[in-house]
Design a protein around this ligand. Sequence first.
Ligand code: SF4
Length: 329
Amino acid sequence: MTKKGRVFSGARPTGRQHLGNYLGAIRNYVALQADYDCVYCVVDLHALTTMETTRDLKNNTYEMALDWLAAGIDPQESIVFIQSQVRQINELFLIFSMVSPLGKLTDLPTFKEKVRQAPHNVNLGLVGYPVLMAADIALYKADLVPVGIDQAPHIEYTRETVRSFNYRYSTNVLVEPGMKVTEIPKVLGTDGQQKMSKSLNNHIELALTAEETQKVVMTMVTDPQRARRTDPGNPDVCNVFSLHKVFSSPEEVDTINTECRNAGIGCVDCKKLFARNLNAHLAPFREKRSALAEKPDYIWDVLHDGAQRAGTIAEQTMQEVRAAVGLPE
Ligand code: SF4
């Protein structure tokens, strides 16, 4: 079947994936394979910008790739690889640096936020983070990048960088990517307040057992105004309800919506139902994950094969880029 174009997406190697990663990215990655040629990248070089130790880098790369494949990313259909294994990325990053205004980079809200979080570790790589991201996308000539709404400015930055490059070197070899904003841009953590994240320890790991999942689900914060079982609740402010909408049937969602408001259902039962539906949804993933985990060499083979295929595209792009810039062959 003819595909509609090429999708590129990258994610930092954060190890075992959680529900936020699944709903925000992985589920979408899997679905996109039907219509697009997909290039999915473990962006380990990006991770170095804020990483103080690389001790877990390799293992986190492996665990994330394992989750991706278990979730349904098909390495025959898609290219799955590690960013640093395609060396051309370094070259395009450097060339893009020449068309990247420093003032603009230091003005980006994401950069300011990183500086605020770690003022002792403001390095050149951190400033150049969006440039590296632009290089990733442009290197594979992606037509479309799936993103959460918070990442939209980075894609806009990529589009500007591609335009600047094409203008500076009077060429049209690089492609301005479009973006596809995911339907669930923000998944809250078990605290019901902040975005689900490993570093905040408010996450639900996909690879947990059914029992472990239920345990974590039972700790989830619900409607804070609902102190007693007999108090009516408000599902509109409850993160458990938001997730029911994703994992439970429309009938169950309707019932909870009504019963919560008249105290007909308690939070304990509501969470148990959510845990049950989540576990049913994740059962095929867990089964596949266990099978894949028994052959770690296969995961590395997939990543190496992906790097070769990605490298072929990257080298083709770089030949055009070098020619446009006027660098010798
Ligand atoms: S009953 Fe369910 S939807 Fe209502 S507050 Fe409790 S957990 Fe949330």
